[in-house]
Design a protein around this ligand. Structure first.
Ligand code: FAD
Length: 266
């Protein structure tokens, strides 16, 4: 049994967010972190590793500096890391990203007892589309918004968090789960873990490695193969301060009705 965890390196938006004049994020001036939901997914994988002794592989698609994040994940406890990186993959939208990640997961091999874990959502792109798309491309059953995982034999029982309650789902492995922060509290790095991380294997999958997979079609990957294109991004203008009306007397109510009528709300 192995667990493959898809992890994205994202800019840290908890502090000051630097924005370029054209409205795009100034990533170079911001620190990069492990996407929070993906850290949760890694912790879930490591808990299963603690229980079963399975192998845990962290996979990321990104530019070469994303390798540092893979070392951090190995320091947490992942057994190895895969950096999916190539000029041909740059500028991919969620559809193309999922194609490439699915090809990388296939290259690692998905067997009967295996689980693919993703975060629910990345804090920069924020679409929550990549996990479900990877599952579709790999033809795997998927469970999203997972807040509890119990593995037994060839099934996984998951608790899904919904807006108005929970849903319990049992799914056959191999499967893909997308994890939410309620699932666990990710562990801290230990000095020993950091030391051991530098002895663990890291592979780089580039275009050459994956090009024989039918998913790696130049017309469906990278900027040119992406069906969605960001043609403009901007910061919305600040809202002007609201009008405060005090009192609940007739005069105030007439004033409120006058304002609403002047704006055609009533
Ligand atoms: C140079 C550049 C150009 C871009 N151009 C476009 C564009 O033209 N159109 C467009 O729509 N988008 C574009 N993007 C954004 C890109 O599509 C998204 O970053 C990517 O598809 C992931 O989508 P998301 O952030 O919404 O992830 P989500 O779907 O929110 O992520 C869900 C989960 O999927 C996994 N995951 C997501 N991304 C990765 C990854 N890279 N590696 C490993 N796991 C991952 C993680 O487990 C994550 O928690 C561009 C990005 C860059 C850097």
């Amino acid at each position: 049994m192995k667990i493959i965890v898809c992890v994205k390196q994202v800019p840290d938006t908890s502090g000051a967010v630097a924005v370029n004049p054209d409205g795009t994020l100034n990533r170079a001036s911001m620190q990069s972190i492990i996407n929070p939901d993906d850290k949760t997914a890694m912790e879930a994988a490591l808990k299963l590793k603690d229980e079963t002794g399975c192998r845990v592989t962290a996979v990321t698609m990104g530019p070469p500096p994303a390798a540092e994040m893979l070392r951090e994940l190995m320091a947490m406890g992942a057994d190895d890391g895969v950096l999916v990186s190539s000029r041909e993959f740059g500028g991919s939208d969620t559809f193309a990203t999922a194609q490439i990640l699915a090809a990388a997961v296939k290259h690692l091999g998905v067997e009967k007892d295996d689980i693919v874990l993703c975060g629910r959502q990345a804090i920069d792109g924020d679409t929550a589309q990549v996990g479900p798309q990877v599952a579709e491309k790999l033809n795997l059953p998927q469970v999203t918004y997972v807040s509890e995982i119990h593995k037994s034999d060839s099934t996984v029982t998951c608790r899904r968090m919904l807006e108005d309650g929970y849903m319990t789902v049992r799914v056959q492995t191999p499967c893909l789960l997308t994890c939410i922060k309620e699932l666990n509290e990710p562990r801290y790095l230990s000095a020993r873990g950091i030391f051991e991380a530098y002895g663990k294997p890291m592979s780089v999958y580039d275009y050459e490695t994956l090009k024989d997979d039918p998913l790696i079609d130049p017309t469906t990957i990278g900027l040119k193969g992406s069906p969605t294109n960001i043609f403009k991004s901007f910061t919305p203008p600040r809202r002007s301060a609201g009008v405060m009306l005090e009192g609940a007397d007739r005069k105030s109510c007439e004033k409120l009705a006058g304002i609403l009528a002047s704006r055609h709300f009533i």
